[in-house]
Write a protein that binds this ligand. Structure first.
Ligand SMILES: NC(=O)c1ccc[n+]([C@@H]2O[C@H](COP(=O)([O-])OP(=O)(O)OC[C@H]3O[C@@H](n4cnc5c(N)ncnc54)[C@H](OP(=O)(O)O)[C@@H]3O)[C@@H](O)[C@H]2O)c1
Length: 244
């Protein structure tokens, strides 16, 4: 079960916890968690973060996938949290990009950028976090329903998420029995700008896109399920079962 921090609230790290789904999850978890939120850019005293700090402890960090000193930066930050008495009982890796890269446009440089952000970065974050996770902690990783049917205009992104689908069970084996690892293969929740939202909804069994609350429920379920590890929950409204 979740180990609690000194003030009785579990403390979780959200990598990519500043915008979009990361922010939605932070706001949901802040009902009963202390939070460490990372962003690729320096924080600027956002009002919503100040609001959370009124009731729970919030620490903000800068972890940028493009930083050549990322490894030492993460290590120093996590050591600092430990010496300040933060005991990490959960982590969610949300950071990513969703680039359109059609066949014919691929270059070594463009593939490197996509895979550094969507594959190497989660690998490196998981490696840095692993020794800092308390017994009973759950490490959760955001994947995409593309692991079942790749996005054809976004094959490099889909390949990165497929790589994470290997990380989840592999890491679960490496970190067992003390730490559990769970993935979430998400369908459209906050679609990319310019997407045909109605079309995406129509391509699900449930005829709707997801909501951030769908992810929040699943993340809480995974954290509270001590017999669950090494698996990927698909939250896509049944998109993968729709005939193409
Ligand atoms: N939204 C959806 O409907 C959906 C569907 C399927 C899967 N997913 C997955 O769910 C996760 C969250 O989705 P989202 O749509 O909220 O995320 P997103 O907008 O694709 O990205 C999440 C965060 O990644 C961070 N990021 C970007 N470049 C970075 C860098 N160089 N270094 C470190 N962090 C960087 C950004 O935060 P900062 O600017 O603060 O650094 C960004 O807000 C992603 O892994 C995504 O693939 C989302």
């Amino acid at each position: 079960m979740e180990r609690i921090s000194r003030n009785d609230r579990p403390c979780w790290v959200l990598v990519g916890g500043r915008r979009r789904l990361g922010r939605a999850l932070a706001e949901d978890l802040a009902r009963d968690h202390d939070l460490v939120l990372t962003s690729s850019e320096p924080w600027g005293g956002e009002e919503w973060v100040e609001g959370l700090s009124a009731t729970v402890r919030v620490r903000t960090l800068v972890w940028n996938a493009e930083n050549p000193d990322l490894g030492s930066r993460m290590m120093a930050d996590l050591d600092g949290l430990k010496s300040d008495g933060w005991e990490i009982s959960g982590a969610v890796l949300l950071a990513g990009t969703f680039p359109e890269q059609s066949l014919g446009t691929w270059t070594p440089a463009s593939l490197d950028i996509t895979w550094r952000m969507n594959l190497s970065f989660p690998f490196l974050c998981a490696q840095a976090l692993a020794p800092h996770l308390a017994d009973g902690a759950c490490l959760q990783i955001l994947l995409d329903t593309s692991i079942h049917h790749p996005w054809l205009m976004r094959l490099p992104y889909s390949a990165a998420k497929a790589g994470l689908a290997t990380l989840v069970p592999g890491l679960a084996q490496l970190l067992a029995p003390t730490v559990r690892v769970v993935g979430h293969a998400l369908g459209a929740v906050l679609p990319a700008e310019g997407s045909d939202v109605a079309f995406l909804a129509d391509r699900t069994l449930l005829k709707r896109n997801g909501e951030p609350a769908d992810l929040c429920r699943a993340v809480r379920y995974a954290a509270d399920s001590p017999f669950l590890t090494g698996d990927i929950l698909t939250l896509d409204g049944g998109r993968r079962w729709v005939d193409r």
